[in-house]
Design a protein around this ligand. Structure first.
Ligand SMILES: Nc1nc2c(c(=O)[nH]1)N[C@H]1C(S)=C(S)[C@@H](COP(=O)(O)OP(=O)(O)OC[C@H]3O[C@@H](n4cnc5c(N)ncnc54)[C@H](O)[C@@H]3O)O[C@H]1N2
Ligand code: MOO
Length: 406
C-alpha cells in the first residue's frame, strides 16, 4: 500500500508518532512551582528517603500501648509535638499526639480523641471494641520506599505530580524544552495579520484568516508550548516550499492550513516534499479533516491541515495535538479520551470516522452542535469539543469526547 493512502485516524496517528522525535531537555536550577507546573519531566522522580520518613499519627489523640489502654485509664504523661523527635512512651502512660506527629517508641496504637474520656489528667477508652492495635498509624515507607520511582519520564507536572515533586524537593529538575510551534496559513483569498482585527475593508471574495488564530487558541495556552509564530503564504509551489523550509528549520513543529486537497493550487503536500519532508500519510478516513497530510523532517512533524475551518479544529485537536505531545516529550501522547453520552443522533451514517462538535449539557451528557458543514465558521462557536463517532455510527449513545481545550 502507498504509505500516503487514506487511512483510519488511529493508524495514521500511530504511523506518525513513531516517526517523531522529542525536543531536547533543560535542567532547571531550584525551580519555583510556577516554573515547573505543566512542564514535561525528562528524568524520573526518585524518592530520597522513605515516605513517610518515620511512623506518624493519622489522628489527633493519644499514643498508647493497646493492651494498656484496653485494661483501664492511663495518665497523660506528656505529648509528641509535630516536627520534633518524639519522647519514649514509658510503661503505663499515654502521650498526647497530633496528626503528623512522629510515633513515640513503645506505642503501637493511636486512640483518636473521639474514643476517649479525659478527666483529671487521665484518659479512658470508652469504646474498646471500635479500636484495634496498630490503628491510626502511618508506617514509615508505607507510601513508597527510598529509591522508588514515583513519577516516570514523560509525565506532565500536574498538581498531583507537583505534590510528589515538592515533597522530595530536588535542587534541580530536568524537563523537556518548551516547543516552538510554527503555523503557516495559505491561500490567495485570505487577509491575514498578527491581530484578529485585520482587513477592515474586504471584497466579498476575500475572507479573514480564521484558521491561524484558531490554531493559536488551540495550542497557544498549552503549558508545554513556548512560542507560537504565525505567517501567511500565497498559493505558489516555490513560495510555499521556501516558507516551509525556513519555518521547519526554525521551529520544532510546523502546522499548515489549506492547499492539501485536489485543486490546481493545492500545493502544500508537494511543497513539503520539495522542502525535504518525508510523507507519512495523506487523507484520513475521517471527516471533517479528510485530506489531512503529514510528513516529518528530522523527526519534526509537518502537518498540512485542510483549509475548511472545522477540519482545522477537529484534525488539529485529534491528530496535531498528539504529534506535538510526542515532540514535547510526553510518554502518553494520545491518552484515552473520556466518554460522553450523546443524547440524540441526527443526520445520516458515514462509512468513516466522524468528528462531530458537541455541547456538554450535564455531567457526561452532550448534544450535537447545530452546524452546516466543515466550512461553517459560526455553528461550532459555542461547542465544547467533539465526539469521535466510529464508521457507520447511527445512534445516540456513548462516544469518545475531545475537548477543544488541550
Ligand atoms: N475534488 C475534490 N475537492 C475537494 C476534496 C476532494 O477530496 N476532492 N476534499 C474536500 C475536503 S473534505 C476539504 S476539507 C477541502 C480541503 O481543501 P484544501 O485543504 O485544499 O483547502 P483550500 O482549498 O485551500 O480551502 C478550503 C476552504 O477553506 C478556506 N480557508 C482556507 N484557509 C483558511 C483560513 N486560514 N481561514 C479561513 N478559511 C480558510 C478557503 O477559503 C476555502 O473555502 O477540500 C474539499 N475539496
Ligand atoms: O474533510 Mo472536509 O473538512 O469534510 O470538508
Amino acid at each position: 500500500m502507498d504509505p500516503l493512502d487514506s487511512v483510519a485516524p488511529s493508524v495514521a496517528l500511530d504511523r506518525l508518532l513513531r516517526m517523531i522525535g522529542s525536543v531536547g531537555t533543560e535542567t532547571l536550577q531550584r525551580p519555583t512551582p510556577r516554573e515547573l507546573a505543566g512542564r514535561v519531566l525528562a528524568e524520573p522522580l526518585v524518592l530520597d528517603r522513605d515516605s513517610p520518613a518515620c511512623d506518624v499519627s493519622a489522628m489527633d489523640g493519644f499514643a498508647v500501648r493497646m493492651a494498656e489502654i484496653a485494661a483501664g485509664p492511663l495518665p497523660v504523661g506528656g505529648e509528641c509535638r509535630i516536627g520534633t523527635a518524639p519522647p519514649r512512651l514509658a510503661a503505663g502512660i499515654a502521650l498526647r499526639i497530633y496528626t503528623g506527629s512522629p510515633i513515640p517508641a513503645g506505642a503501637d496504637t493511636v486512640v483518636p480523641l473521639e474514643l476517649v474520656k479525659e478527666t483529671d489528667g487521665t484518659v479512658l477508652l470508652h469504646a474498646v471494641d471500635s479500636l484495634t492495635a496498630g490503628a491510626n498509624l502511618r508506617r514509615q515507607g508505607e507510601n513508597a520506599r527510598c529509591g522508588a520511582q514515583v513519577i516516570p519520564v514523560g509525565t506532565m507536572i500536574s498538581p498531583a505530580a507537583m505534590t510528589a515533586l515538592a515533597a522530595v524537593g530536588p535542587p534541580t529538575v530536568a524537563v523537556y524544552r518548551r516547543l516552538r510551534l510554527a503555523i503557516l496559513t495559505t491561500g490567495d483569498e485570505l487577509v491575514s495579520g498578527p491581530t484578529i482585527s485585520h482587513g477592515t475593508t474586504l471584497t466579498r471574495w476575500q475572507l479573514r484568516d480564521s484558521n491561524g488564530p484558531a490554531l493559536e487558541a488551540l495550542f497557544g495556552t498549552a503549558s508545554w508550548i513556548g512560542t507560537v509564530t504565525r505567517g501567511h503564504v500565497l498559493d505558489t509551489l516555490a513560495g510555499l516550499s521556501d516558507a516551509i523550509r525556513a519555518a521547519s528549520a526554525e521551529a520544532d513543529a510546523l502546522v499548515l492550513t489549506g492547499g492539501v486537497s485536489k485543486g490546481a493550487y493545492d500545493h502544500v503536500p508537494a511543497a513539503v516534499l520539495a522542502a525535504g519532508g518525508e510523507g507519512v500519510f495523506h487523507r484520513l478516513n475521517a471527516r471533517p479533516g479528510r485530506p489531512t497530510f503529514a510528513a516529518v523532517i528530522d523527526g519534526k512533524p509537518i502537518i498540512g491541515l485542510p483549509g475548511n475551518p472545522l477540519a482545522v479544529l477537529t484534525s488539529g485537536r485529534r491528530i496535531v495535538t498528539p504529534a506535538l505531545r510526542q515532540r514535547a516529550g510526553f510518554s502518553a501522547c494520545d491518552p484515552p479520551s473520556p466518554t460522553v453520552e450523546l443524547v440524540e443522533w441526527s443526520g445520516k451514517s458515514l462509512p468513516l470516522t466522524w468528528w462531530r462538535p458537541v455541547t456538554l449539557i450535564g455531567p457526561g451528557h452532550a448534544t450535537l452542535a447545530d452546524l452546516r458543514g466543515s466550512g461553517d465558521t459560526c455553528g461550532p462557536a459555542s461547542s465544547d469539543g467533539f465526539i469521535e463517532a466510529p464508521p457507520n455510527s447511527d445512534k445516540a449513545g456513548i462516544y469518545g469526547y475531545y475537548s477543544w481545550m488541550i
